[in-house]
Design a protein around this ligand. Sequence first.
Ligand SMILES: [Zn+2]
Length: 114
Amino acid sequence: MHELGIVFYIIDDAKKAATDNGLTSVKSVTLTLGEVSGVVPELLEDAWTWACKREPMMEGCELVVEPLAAVTHCGGCGADYPTVAHGRTCPHCGSDDTYLLRGREVVLSQIEAY
Ligand SMILES: [Zn+2]
């Protein structure tokens, strides 16, 4: 399960950050989640709840998900456009010489701890 792997990775990072700062309990973790990252937020929440119960430092820790809109750049006309609405074909010039600027990120952006 993809989401569970991500959750373990986030928890490891959060625990390390808390330990490095002499903290014993993580209160909340904020995650920036790209629109086309392939991660399903509902599954992520389920995996989060399950995994945090197994980690004393993470017990009751809240997961805050900040969605990041996906944007594609067109090499044909230089425009940026929303990826989800238009896919790989530029809505301005019809070119398929395009690449994803952002939207695949799964980034731990903030940790709050005691
Ligand atoms: Zn274009």
